[in-house]
Design a protein around this ligand. Structure first.
Ligand code: ADP
Length: 257
């Protein structure tokens, strides 16, 4: 059976005004794949994640997600596709003043009516689903805790639980462990990989921790200066490729640091 593409970028470029963030990127991620994006700061990882979930439109080229060209869809249809893609961010994107249950239930917002969402702010609905999701990320006892009182690792678990409630076909994570110490970071990645493996969910994660990317992900994509410089099984990535990827820009006549 042919692999089904979940994300496809075809000669995609993106610029922010005069800043060229990505140049002619080609990338296909198939159903059930787990891919790590690595590269120095400014390489274009966040922009690439934004192109995959449709929060950023290509300046040139075609970006397809779940079989749809998001940039050419109407808002309603685009939102319907985007609901099937969960995104996790470095800074968790949680409302710290709310109880954990409300942040987890935010994963339901694409499905719930406005009225149901408003009622749930006062009388939390679907407690069972929220508890189950928190149980799966190991913090079921935090259901009614105020989110801001949780540690960084616990808050990222809440963000994972919110995505589980959303039940997406694909999960994107933009530097999800950059704010955590290395041990907590590894725990979060192991948990995320375990959860997606159970569900057959496609996963694309940008990481600054190269060791985690190489040790935990079967496929690694290296980005530098807005271009993909390698895309291969992690076992095939040579140390020299990593050195080259993170090599600091040479400063000389005509070069820019
Ligand atoms: P990474 O995630 O690898 O650090 P980014 O995708 O955030 O890379 O950034 C790629 C390039 O685009 C960088 O040069 C960055 O400065 C630039 N950039 C990112 N976001 C914006 C923005 N909103 N406005 C202008 N330039 C941006």
């Amino acid at each position: 059976m042919d692999a089904i593409p979940v994300f496809e970028l075809q000669t995609v470029s993106h610029s922010y005004g005069g800043v060229q963030a990505l140049s002619e990127v080609n990338l296909t991620v198939c159903a059930g794949e787990h891919v790590a994006l690595i590269g120095p700061s400014g390489a274009g990882k966040s922009t690439l994640i934004g192109l995959l979930n449709g929060s950023i439109a290509p300046t040139q080229g075609t970006a397809r997600a779940l079989g749809h060209t998001l940039a050419s869809m109407g808002l309603r249809e685009r939102r319907a596709v985007q609901r099937r893609i969960g995104t996790i961010y470095q800074q968790y994107a949680l409302v710290e003043n709310l109880q954990v249950v409300h942040n987890v239930n935010a994963g339901n917002l694409g499905r719930w009516s406005l009225l149901r969402a408003l009622i749930s702010l006062f009388w939390p609905l679907d407690i069972e689903r929220a508890t189950d999701a928190l149980d799966q990320v190991g913090i079921a006892e935090k259901l009614y805790a105020r989110t801001g009182t949780l540690s960084g690792g616990q808050q990222q678990r809440v963000a994972l639980a919110r995505v589980l409630v959303q039940a997406p076909q694909a999960i994107l994570a933009d530097e999800p462990i950059a704010s955590l110490d290395p041990e907590r970071g590894r725990e979060i990645i192991a948990l995320l990989l375990d959860l997606v493996a159970q569900r057959g969910t496609t996963l694309v994660v940008s990481l600054h921790a190269v060791d985690v990317a190489l040790a935990c992900f079967p496929r690694v994509v290296g980005l530098r200066d807005g271009r993909i410089v390698f895309d291969c099984p992690s076992a095939q990535v040579a140390p020299t490729q990593i050195e080259e990827l993170y090599r600091t820009h040479r400063i000389g006549i005509g070069d820019v640091a």
